[in-house]
Design a binder for this molecule. Structure first.
Ligand SMILES: [Zn+2]
Length: 117
């Protein structure tokens, strides 16, 4: 077995550092708590950024508060976002109402909605 799998490395002094004495499960729990905090902080940053670049509006399908964001650098079109940063087309209960009946729109639905024609 390779030495690194045998346990914490010792420097030969016989002294085990504090870090080595913290159980693995406790360290993982601490890492997870730190990652959750980081995620919450990132969500706030994203929400603030959206408020700066988005145009406040209300969804005509479900009346939810949304933000229109213009994707100037990529598609050149605008897309509706929820206040948490997710695309509103993905969560709107009435999203189908807004899908354009074009060939481009068909590729996004995989043709599954063609039966209604
Ligand atoms: Zn909606």
């Amino acid at each position: 077995m390779p030495p690194e799998l045998l346990g914490p490395a010792h420097d030969g002094s016989g002294v085990v550092s504090d870090a080595d004495q913290v159980p693995l499960i406790e360290r993982l729990g601490n890492d997870l708590a730190a990652m959750r905090q980081e995620l919450e902080a990132q969500k706030k940053i994203l929400a603030n950024l959206l408020k700066q670049v988005g145009m406040p509006a209300q969804c005509r399908g479900c009346r939810a508060a949304i933000l229109w964001v213009h994707h100037a650098a990529t598609t050149g079109t605008s897309a509706p976002y929820n206040l948490d940063g997710t695309n509103h087309f993905g969560t709107c209960p009435n999203a189908a109402r807004f899908r354009r009946r074009t060939n481009a729109a068909d590729t996004t639905t995989g043709g599954r909605e063609r039966s209604d024609r």
